[in-house]
Write a protein of this length. Structure first.
Ligand code: ATP
Length: 140
C-alpha cells in the first residue's frame, strides 16, 4: 500500500527515515533548508526540495496539506522544530511525528499537538539496555 510521507530535516535521523520509507516503496517528499542535503536525497526520495519549513506559504505551495504523515526531524534548532510543528497542526495533517531534542522540547511538542514525539537517543538507549539484559539472561 502506497502512502504519502514528508520528512522535514535530512540529518542522520530524518535521512535514515527517508531512506527506509523510500526503500519500502513509499512516496516520500524530502525537505531541507540545506541544498547539499537535498541533493543527497534527489535520487532516493520521490521528491526532494530546498525549503524553510517554518514558512507557512512555502509548505502550502509544496502541497503538504495533502500528505498523510509528516515527520519533523529538525533537532538542534528547537525554535524551527516548534514553528514547523505549529504550522503543520494548523494545516490539520493526519499524523505528525516530531523528533525531540530534550524533555522540555518534548513537553512543548505534546502541548502544541504533535501526534507522536520521539527521542531517538533516549529510546534507542532503552532498547539496547533491554537487549543487553535479555542477552545476558540467555547467556546464563
Ligand atoms: P541528526 O541528529 O538527525 O543527525 P543533525 O544534528 O544532523 O540531526 P539538525 O540540526 O538536528 O541536524 O537538523 C536536521 C536537519 O534539519 C538539517 O539537515 C538541517 O539543515 C535541517 N533544518 C534545520 N532547520 C530547518 C528548517 N527551518 N527547514 C528545513 N530544514 C531545516
Amino acid at each position: 500500500m502506497k502512502r504519502d510521507f514528508a520528512v522535514i530535516g535530512l540529518g542522520r535521523f530524518g535521512g535514515s527515515i527517508c531512506r527506509e520509507l523510500s526503500m519500502e516503496g513509499m512516496e516520500v517528499l524530502a525537505i531541507d533548508i540545506d541544498e547539499d542535503k537535498v541533493n543527497e536525497f534527489k535520487n532516493i526520495a520521490s521528491h526532494a526540495v530546498i525549503a524553510d519549513s517554518t514558512d507557512e506559504a512555502t509548505l502550502k505551495d509544496l502541497g503538504i496539506k495533502n500528505i498523510d504523515h509528516v515527520i519533523v526531524a529538525i533537532g538542534d534548532n528547537i525554535q524551527a522544530s516548534i514553528l514547523t510543528t505549529v504550522v503543520l497542526t494548523d494545516f490539520n495533517i493526519k499524523k505528525i511525528t516530531v523528533k525531540a531534542q530534550n524533555d522540555y522540547h518534548e513537553k512543548i511538542l505534546n502541548k502544541i499537538g504533535a501526534d507522536q514525539v520521539v527521542h531517538p537517543e533516549r529510546d534507542m538507549g532503552k532498547r539496547i539496555a533491554h537487549n543487553i539484559i535479555s542477552n545476558n539472561i540467555l547467556d546464563y
